[in-house]
Design a protein around this ligand. Structure first.
Ligand code: THU
Length: 135
């Protein structure tokens, strides 16, 4: 039992809802806001490939809809449709999305296939980044 079990469980449940008929790569993400609430999302692809959305974007939309504006931590899980989970680091665009609401200190939790959790900060993943305070 770890303090992250609930967050990873929410990300796993979201991943099961992924709509990924083109890549067949299913991703789930779950955000914990500073009040402890969890907001989850999955990737949603589209026949017009570039407009598909990432799991992190879905989780962020759910967070904003719920009235929160800060990410304390986020867990991301992913893997091929009929395969085992693999380490699934956020894409570059999603790193920037997390930056918008998580600042430099947001914790990003990833999971190795053997279950080992790797925790990085947003600053680890997107160093020397541009953010809201620049505008
Ligand atoms: N994907 C995510 O949902 N999050 C990421 O950070 C990496 C990629 C999705 C997008 C696409 O539906 C599939 O994974 C394959 O790229």
């Amino acid at each position: 039992m770890s303090a992250l079990d609930d967050l990873f469980a929410a990300a796993e449940a979201a991943r099961r809802r992924a709509y990924a008929p083109y890549s067949r790569f299913q991703v789930g993400a779950a955000i914990r806001d500073p009040d402890g609430r969890i907001h989850a999302g999955c990737n949603v692809e589209n026949a017009a490939y570039p407009i598909g959305t990432c799991a992190e974007a879905g989780a962020l939309a759910a967070m904003v809809l719920a009235g929160a504006d800060q990410i304390a931590e986020i867990a991301v899980v992913g893997g091929p449709e009929h395969g085992a989970e693999i380490l699934c680091p956020p894409c570059g665009g999603c790193r920037q999305r997390i930056r918008e609401f998580g600042g430099l200190t947001a914790r990003v939790h990833l999971r190795e296939p053997d279950g080992t959790v790797r925790t990085l900060t947003l600053d680890d993943l997107l160093p020397v980044s541009f953010g809201p305070e620049h505008l």
